[in-house]
Ligand binder design. Structure first.
Ligand code: SF4
Length: 318
């Protein structure tokens, strides 16, 4: 069930997942996988950066900063994923769900703490939101951002739910999207307190999860449903259907039952058994997963995928 908590590959949830979810990583064009630890709000300590750097160096992974303010490590063979994640989990990192139809990141600017123009602490709010909604399965991926003032450096109006600080609190925008069909988000409510903001996002996300079609982003859902933004505002702000208490309790259950999928996986031999290239030869790495050097790192070696050959299906990530 979308929105349900629990291990993503258990029970009926397993049948809904794509190839990426089956290995809790993003499949890349040469059959290798990428690894994205969560970095809430884009805030990371020097020690955290060193751990990521050491892991990437030790496993020979290609590293790149993503558009969602985190670090992607490419080129992992499937059997290396548990080894990499054991080190990440030991250092306090958890799944970034770059592979899932779930919350990706809550981007933030530095906000009031460092910026001369900031009127609220956008980093703290982004971290609070990312930790609250991490692991929430939804009809499609969810992106968010928090800007510390109207200058909008975090680009919150291009997100599924975006927050912009005001001198009185927070403005909440919904239904924004970048990508192939960009859409500016709509203002849902303004000058909210912290508690009002979180309550409204809880309701909005659960209403979307419960009523959107599979693979329907918030932007298309908002334009498709009868009454559009006005209807959503009536339901989640004014409680016109009398369902807000239920929506809030569904989100509270998600928050209470969240567990990191990778920590769960590396502590369960049965779940680990799937991380092999060949079921009948679990110690044998896939020989077709190769790499060549480029700009002091690696890139996929694709002799069979040159001009005219259709690449294997990849996955948009960030
Ligand atoms: S959005 Fe405002 S507070 Fe945030 S970095 Fe930009 S100018 Fe500063």
């Amino acid at each position: 069930m979308i929105g349900a908590s629990g291990y993503v590959l258990d029970g009926e949830q397993a049948a809904l997942q794509e190839t990426n979810d089956h290995f809790l990583a993003n499949l890349q064009k040469n059959g290798s996988y990428s690894v994205v630890p969560r970095i809430p709000g884009g805030e990371v300590t020097p020690e955290g950066l060193i751990v990521i750097g050491e892991i990437a160096r030790d496993f020979g992974l290609y590293t790149k900063i993503t558009g969602g303010q985190r670090i992607d490590m490419f080129g992992a063979r499937v059997e290396q994923l548990p080894l990499i994640w054991t080190r990440l989990v030991d250092a306090g990192f958890e799944s970034g769900h770059a592979y899932g139809k779930s919350l990706r990141t809550v981007k933030s600017c530095v906000g009031q703490t460092w910026c001369r123009y900031g009127v609220q602490d956008s980093v703290r709010m982004a971290i609070d939101l990312e930790l609250r909604y991490r692991g929430l399965r939804s009809p499609h991926k969810l992106k968010s951002a928090v800007s510390g003032c109207a200058r909008e450096c975090a680009e919150a109006q291009s997100k599924d739910f975006g927050v912009i600080a005001t001198s009185h609190g927070w403005n909440l925008y919904v239904g924004g999207n970048g990508g192939a069909t960009p859409r500016h988000a709509d203002l849902l409510a303004q000058d909210l307190t912290d508690a009002e903001l979180i309550r409204l996002i809880d309701r909005f996300l659960m209403f979307y999860i419960r009523t959107a079609d599979r693979l329907e982003r918030t932007s298309t859902w908002l334009e498709r449903i009868p009454g559009g933004l006005d209807h959503v505002r009536e339901v989640v702000v004014e409680d016109s259907l009398g369902i807000c208490e239920e929506l809030e309790s569904l989100m509270a259950a998600h928050v209470a039952h969240y567990a990191d999928e990778w920590a769960t996986t590396i502590n369960d031999p049965e779940k680990l058994a799937r991380f092999v290239s060949f079921v009948n030869a679990p110690d044998t790495p896939d020989p077709v997963v190769g790499f060549v050097p480029e700009r002091d790192q690696i890139k996929p070696d694709l002799p069979l995928l040159s001009i005219g050959h259709r690449p294997l299906e990849g996955s948009a990530q960030r």
